[in-house]
Design a protein around this ligand. Structure first.
Ligand code: PMP
Ligand code: GLN
Length: 382
């Protein structure tokens, strides 16, 4: 977590956003939208502040939000969740991940993740003193090889941590892979932790929460967040659902991380979770068209594109443009094209990072005119 000189190593997202601000480049690095979400939830947050919801909320989260989370799991996935015993509200998905791994992982326990992996996974596994094992997502479709998955999960595995839909690749895991994960978790008595923050941002494919599979629910912690669904990444309202005993263990950690969080934003996110189906369909459709605009721009500029099935990001290969190593290109990109992107190697161990050295992640959760301008500027690379 620290640099060799003892200073704090900043995250790749903070570093690349700082580069974008310093150079005035278009920031397609860190994934956050540049437009507000639905007026209903913004109004609900203002109203909550006016109504005086400005003090510590209950430890598990406000009942109105826990009820909305349980209702959401039922409405979209048919999952029955007890709002009083099986739901915990957290400071974003980030705290849900941290509290979960700190609660479940002891010194030397192994945690298996897919690779590339979201940066917090590696950091939090290290904080919990766990051992991180990874299963590569293989080209061309960024899918895990089932034999590699079988080999990675052993009796030493405490947690299988998946991210579905996946950041940075946009992969939606097929049902057969989820079934294998559930089988392996049973066989080796592991807990499944699933990060589903992009659950509503899928493009023509159905998101299947692993907790809906037979035999999964009793050993699964499902994590999500309002940030991506409602364009409120700065509110940091996340949550998890899990069997009661696991929620209790995680709450024991959470109470000493943040204690509680986000009082006036909790009822506002509850309003969001209750919006009609059309809202959820609309956000996915809008984002899909943004994916297509940026992908077409990148292809025209000479990149090879891996079309994502979900999420905020497209992975592009800069090798056809003559850049075998984008770690260097990404630092020059503001000057060359006035755009910031993130090297995929930032989500990888050294070994896979070398294999994926020419791959770069661009965010398309931006206004259409911004994507069009970025595309035109990237055209200068060719
Ligand atoms: N998991 C993944 C896969 C993410 O991409 C992100 C960031 N958006 C998070 C977790 C963190 O979510 P939050 O902002 O709710 O903490
Ligand atoms: N999840 C966002 C991304 O992948 C960034 C979150 C962060 O900056 N920690 O870009």
């Amino acid at each position: 977590l620290l640099s060799p000189d003892g200073s704090i190593r900043s995250t790749i997202f903070a570093e690349m956003s700082a580069l974008a601000s310093a150079t005035g480049a278009i920031n397609l690095g860190q994934g956050f939208p540049d437009e507000d979400g639905p007026a209903e939830i913004l109004d609900a947050a203002r109203q909550a502040i006016s109504d005086g919801l400005n003090q510590y909320p209950p430890g598990l989260g406000m009942p109105v939000l826990r009820d909305a989370i349980a209702a959401h799991q039922k409405r979209f996935y048919g999952l029955e969740v007890d709002a009083d015993r099986e739901v915990l509200v957290t400071a974003g998905a980030t705290e849900a991940l941290a509290a979960t791994l700190l609660a479940l992982v002891d010194d030397g326990d192994e945690v298996v993740t897919l690779e590339p992996f979201y940066d917090a996974y590696g950091a939090v596994i290290a904080l919990a003193r766990g051992i991180h094992r990874t299963v590569p997502l293989r080209l061309p479709a960024f899918l895990p090889d089932h034999d590699e998955l079988r080999a990675a999960v052993t009796d030493r595995t405490r947690v299988i941590l998946i991210n579905n839909p996946h950041n940075p690749t946009g992969t939606v895991l097929p049902r057969e892979t989820l079934e294998l994960i559930v089988d392996l978790a049973h066989k080796h008595d592991a807990i499944i932790v699933t990060d589903e923050v992009y659950e509503h941002l899928t493009f023509g494919v159905q998101h299947v929460p692993v907790a809906t599979l037979p035999g999964a629910r009793e050993r699964t912690v499902t994590i999500s967040s309002g940030g991506k669904t409602f364009n409120t990444t700065g509110w940091k309202i996340g949550w998890l659902t899990a069997p009661h005993e696991i929620v209790t263990a995680i709450l024991a950690v959470k109470q000493f991380l943040t204690f509680v969080n986000g009082a006036p934003f909790q009822p506002a996110i509850a309003v969001g979770l209750g919006l009609p189906d059309e809202f959820f369909e609309h956000i996915a459709r809008t984002l899909q068209s943004k994916r297509d605009i940026l992908s077409a721009g990148l292809a025209k500029a000479g990149f090879d594109i891996f079309t994502p099935q979900a999420g905020y990001f497209v992975v592009a290969d800069a090798a056809p443009l003559g850049y075998p190593d984008v770690a260097t290109l990404c630092r020059q990109l503001p000057e060359l094209a006035g755009v910031v992107g993130i090297p995929i190697s930032a989500f990888c161990t050294e070994q896979l990072g070398r294999e994926y050295a020419s791959l770069v992640r661009f965010a398309y959760c931006k206004k259409v005119e911004v994507l069009e301008r970025a595309s035109a500027q990237l055209g200068r690379l060719g």
